[in-house]
Ligand binder design. Structure first.
Ligand code: AHG
Ligand code: MN
Ligand code: MN
Length: 337
């Protein structure tokens, strides 16, 4: 499709083939886009309007909440409630399902989101983003959705994607028909098609991991990292390390260039034996995008999208990116190397 195609045009053209395209989906996407534009407006002037720093509160994850986390969360909640197409909302920042105002029209979609990913990078002007996952309700009726509507395995997602607030603001989404990227043109105020049908390379020499956790990893993970750093091991190309510390930015770079991001389980914090990243609002949506682009996403022993969630904020080890890299790591983790 021509550059300059907007997200909604692209959705209408690609979604038309699916009978479910009733306009509800595009109304939902439209609100996601409005939310992102409101968030990036604050991100771009964060240093000027006293919105940096901490709120002094801790979130359900036990993490310090930054003002921009809160702001992005409020915007996402308000916009998604207003679109009238949602029956349940879950956010990384809220312990339980978000209360849906009684007078609001409800719909058949569930949205789970990380309103601001990469919070530790907010104050230092490094790329951060918003991640979203869209499911269809499974419980009957027209009222509020329930936990049953939210706790669905990742392969049930009807759409997923992210916004990155970086050198430019981009949106990447999939609705099951490939992965497409749009860049915000501030002079028009629209996200315009810039990366149609993204396909990730089967293999890449970029590895992305926080080596500060080296001593807390499983032995097989350490073995893999030693292996890829060994220039005599016969790699297609010597590896290079890149770690931004914003999951959405690290995954996006590897999506375009090839390579792999790992946040393995570690024994650093007994409260988080499965690593730091969340299944529902981080791993699942990014796994759908990466798989749709020809890549893979695994815990090391299980496909991310096959995991049956037990609770909203459950954490998983995440290995995501080029499929040959992911498969090789699975061999190491499963003790085959
Ligand atoms: P969030 O800001 O939504 O809490 O996510 C931060 C995550 C993720 O973006 C990133 O990959 C990871 O934290 C970095 O963790 P470390 O600082 O432990 O490497
Ligand atoms: Mn995050
Ligand atoms: Mn976050």
């Amino acid at each position: 499709m021509p550059a300059g195609t907007t997200v909604i045009e692209h959705l209408l053209r690609t979604q038309q083939e699916t009978p479910a395209a009733t306009g509800a989906f595009t109304r939902l996407f439209n609100e996601l886009i409005v939310a992102a534009k409101l968030i990036v407006r604050e991100v771009n002037k964060a240093g000027l309007v006293e919105i940096l720093g901490f709120t002094g509160r801790m979130n359900v994850q036990g993490e310090q909440v930054r003002k921009l986390d809160d702001y992005a969360n409020e915007i996402m909640i308000r916009r998604l409630q207003a679109c009238g197409e949602v029956c349940a909302l879950a956010s990384e920042e809220d312990a339980d399902l978000i209360e849906m105002p009684r007078q609001m029209k409800k719909g058949n979609y569930v949205v789970i989101f990380d309103p601001l990913d990469g919070s530790s990078n907010i104050d230092v002007n490094v790329s951060i983003g918003t991640i979203f996952s869209v499911l269809r309700r499974v419980t009957p009726g027209e009222g509020d959705g329930t936990l049953e509507d939210v706790l669905q395995p990742g392969y049930k997602q009807v759409a997923a994607g992210y916004f990155i607030y970086g050198s430019s603001t981009i949106m990447v989404y999939t609705a099951g028909n490939g992965v497409h990227g749009f860049t915000l043109d501030p002079s028009v105020g629209e996200f315009l098609l810039s990366h149609e049908n993204i396909k990730t390379p089967a293999w890449g020499n970029i590895f992305s991991i926080n080596e500060g956790n080296y001593n807390y990893w499983d032995e097989n993970v350490r073995k893999y990292i030693e292996f890829i750093k060994d220039p005599t091991a016969g790699h297609l190309k010597n590896y290079t390390s890149r770690y931004i510390g914003s999951l959405v930015a690290d995954v996006h770079r590897n999506l375009l260039f090839g390579g792999v991001f790992l946040y393995p389980a570690d024994n650093k914090d007994p409260r988080k034996p499965h690593g730091k990243l969340r299944l529902m609002c981080e791993a699942n949506p990014l796994a759908m995008v990466v798989e749709q682009a020809g890549g893979a996403a695994s815990t090391g022993t299980q496909r991310i999208l096959d995991i049956k969630p037990e609770e909203i904020h459950q954490r998983v080890p995440l290995i995501i990116g080029s499929k040959d890299n992911v498969r090789q790591i699975e061999e190491f983790i499963q003790g085959g190397r």
